[in-house]
Structures are given as structure tokens and as C-alpha cells.
Design a protein around this ligand. Structure first.
Ligand SMILES: C[S@@+](CC[C@H](N)C(=O)[O-])C[C@H]1O[C@@H](n2cnc3c(N)ncnc32)[C@H](O)[C@@H]1O
Length: 338
């Protein structure tokens, strides 16, 4: 068969594989000119900014050059490379392998073989992160200043966005295994500006599959008013914020008690409130520990470890581990149903 027909057949197979996600990779080899600096071209499907494209890595003697093509541009490029630079091409899909072999006289063959791998390809460029909280169309994230009007995470808010996502994952893991009643209640003690409260409500209301309501309890009334207005804009009908203290806020029942970075001894008060309310889950991540800090008085040379404020704070947090205040890895979890 003429080379052109075989090249077209090869490109058709590659496009089919790209279209139905069975394409694994392709390689162009056996260069036409031995003095050419370009030794191979490696092709694989990748996803970049949500769009599937074909990535070509041009392997030169001393460097790689990477270019991404749409399917139609990739077809034209392969045609050009097989006409001018390479004699052979190998195409790997999860349903079959194909080898295109040609010589300088213009003869060619296209061979079909059993697939060397049936593992379905994962179309990735950079590792695509599974995010429970999406930046897209999330009104509360915009109101809280985490994303722009165009739903892009704002410069400087990337850590906050990562933190709320990690937090949703952590709580999700705990709540999945907790024996929670229908219409369970969550109290978020010391909810502050509500970043984590909104994120958890958002995630659970979309994915948890059990009805619930949530209350943020906060000492500062301005924050409570702000959060209630954001909840209304976001259409979060079962989320409300009340002004009050962890110890005395009026709550009918508490199935899940959360207190994240509540100041000084507020975490102790939250634990007490959770136990006395017979909460099924208590999740706390303490903060600042002023009361303990004042009592730290290490002897002799150990005094150095509390000499600076930041060191003293870390010592007060946990003598074995020194997480940052916003590291949700510092969450102390207690699942009372387990
Ligand atoms: C550091 S902020 C944390 C906010 C939020 N939980 C977070 O992790 O992003 C602590 C919040 O707890 C509130 N707070 C401190 N003690 C409290 C108490 N006893 N009762 C209610 N709120 C309290 C403070 O006003 C502050 O807004």
C-alpha cells in the first residue's frame, strides 16, 4: 500500500483512540537522515486547563522540546514528520498496537498487533487534583474574597483555598463513619469569618446525602451579620450564624461539634460543650494557648525554646509536633460513635 494511505490509516487510528480515550501513546522513530539532530518524537494525550490535547515531545540529541496540539493540528504534524523526518511510527492503544514501517524507496506497511497494554490511559498533564470545593460559581468564595469575579482563586488566597479543601476532606472522612441521625445538627464554635463553615456546608449539602442543618456560633456580631448575609446570597438555607459564646449559645441539639482555631481556652470549652451535649462527633483544632503559654517556665538551657513568641506558641501547642495555626493537619479528632 502507498505510504500516504498507511499514514492516513495510522492517523485515523490515533484520532479514534484519542476520541474514545483508548490512546496510550505513539512514537516516531528511525530517522530518515542519520545526521538529523531530532532522534524521536513521543506523543501522548494530556489534559491542559480542562482540554484534551496531544503532547509532542521532540527529542533532540541534547534537549527535549514539548509542544501541545489539537487533534487536527497533531494529524498534520504527524503527516509532515513521517514524510520528512521519520520512517517508522508505533501507536499504542488499549485495544491494539499499530506499527507503521516504511523505507526510503517509498514502500510501507501498517501492522496491527494485540495491545501490549490494556491499561486505560489517564489523560493528565500536571497531576489533576481532586477538589471537593470548586472555585467555579461558588458565591460564598467570592463574597469571602477567596476567588475573583471570574471564579479564579485570588493571588495570595491559594493557601486558604487549599486549606478549605483539605478541611472538607478531613471532615468528610470522619462523618462518613459516624452514626448520625437524619436531620443531624452541626455546631461550628467560633466560626469567625466562616471560611471553613461555608466550605463544609457547601460540600456536605452537595455530597453527603443526609439532611442536616448547621449553626455557626461567634462572639463578634459584625462577623455574624456578615456571614448570615453571605449564606443568604449563596442560597444556603440550612446554615445560620448566631451571636453567642461557646459555653452558653442556645442550640437545641448538637450532633457534630466543631471548633477550629478557637482562641486560648475556647477549645476546652468546646470539648466540654460537646461532651455535655452528647455530640456524636467532636472535632477541634486548638489555637494560641495563651493560658498554657503563661505557665511555661522551662528550666536552665531549655529556657531558650520559649524565648521568642513563636517558639513559645509552638511549645504550648504540642511538645511533639509544631503545626502552623492554619494547618488543618493539627485537627484533633474525636469520633464518639466509633
Ligand atoms: C481564630 S478565629 C477562627 C475562625 C474559624 N473557626 C477558622 O478556623 O477559620 C477564632 C474565632 O473564635 C471566636 N471565639 C473565641 N472565643 C469564643 C467563644 N468563647 N465563643 C464564641 N466564639 C469565640 C473569635 O471571635 C474568633 O472569631
Amino acid at each position: 500500500m502507498a505510504s500516504e494511505e498507511n499514514i492516513n490509516a495510522l492517523i485515523t487510528r490515533l484520532n479514534e483512540g484519542f476520541g474514545d480515550s483508548t490512546l496510550i501513546k505513539a512514537t516516531l522513530s528511525n530517522k530518515r537522515r542519520k545526521d538529523s539532530d531530532l532522534n524521536n518524537v513521543f506523543i501522548r494525550p494530556v489534559v491542559i486547563r480542562g482540554e484534551a490535547v496531544l503532547q509532542f515531545v521532540y527529542r533532540y540529541a541534547t534537549k527535549d522540546i514539548t509542544t501541545n496540539y489539537s487533534a487536527s493540528d497533531a494529524s498534520a504534524e504527524i503527516e509532515k514528520l513521517l514524510a520528512g523526518s521519520f520512517l517508522n511510527a508505533d501507536l499504542y492503544t488499549s485495544t491494539a498496537d499499530y506499527s507503521y514501517l516504511s523505507n526510503r524507496k517509498g514502500n510501507s506497511r501498517l501492522l496491527k498487533k494485540a495491545p501490549s497494554s490494556t491499561e486505560l490511559p489517564v489523560y493528565r498533564h500536571d497531576k489533576i487534583k481532586r477538589r471537593l470545593i470548586s472555585a467555579e460559581n461558588n458565591i460564598y468564595l467570592r463574597e469571602l474574597g477567596v476567588v475573583t469575579e471570574n471564579w479564579k482563586v485570588k493571588a495570595g488566597m491559594e493557601d486558604k483555598f487549599r486549606q478549605i479543601n483539605r478541611y472538607a476532606e478531613l471532615v468528610d472522612d470522619v462523618l462518613k463513619t459516624a452514626a448520625l441521625p437524619d436531620n443531624f445538627t452541626i455546631a461550628d464554635m467560633g466560626s469567625g469569618k466562616g471560611y471553613l463553615t461555608f466550605a463544609l456546608y457547601d460540600h456536605l449539602s452537595r455530597n453527603f446525602g443526609k439532611p442536616f442543618s448547621m449553626t455557626g456560633v461567634e462572639l463578634r456580631p459584625q462577623l455574624v451579620d456578615f456571614c448570615n448575609s453571605v449564606a443568604e446570597k449563596a442560597g444556603f438555607g440550612k446554615l445560620r450564624f448566631i451571636t453567642g459564646s461557646i459555653e452558653t449559645a442556645l442550640l437545641p441539639s448538637i450532633d457534630v461539634l466543631i471548633a477550629l482555631h478557637a482562641c486560648d481556652t475556647a477549645t476546652d470549652e468546646a470539648i466540654f460543650r460537646g461532651i455535655s451535649s452528647d455530640a456524636r462527633v467532636i472535632m477541634v483544632a486548638p489555637c494560641c494557648h495563651k493560658q498554657i503559654r503563661k505557665q511555661l517556665n522551662p528550666p536552665g538551657t531549655l529556657r531558650e525554646i520559649t524565648r521568642y513568641g513563636i517558639f513559645a506558641e509552638r511549645q504550648a501547642e504540642n511538645p511533639h509536633r509544631y503545626p502552623s495555626r492554619h494547618d488543618t493537619g493539627s485537627l484533633g479528632l474525636q469520633n464518639r460513635s466509633g
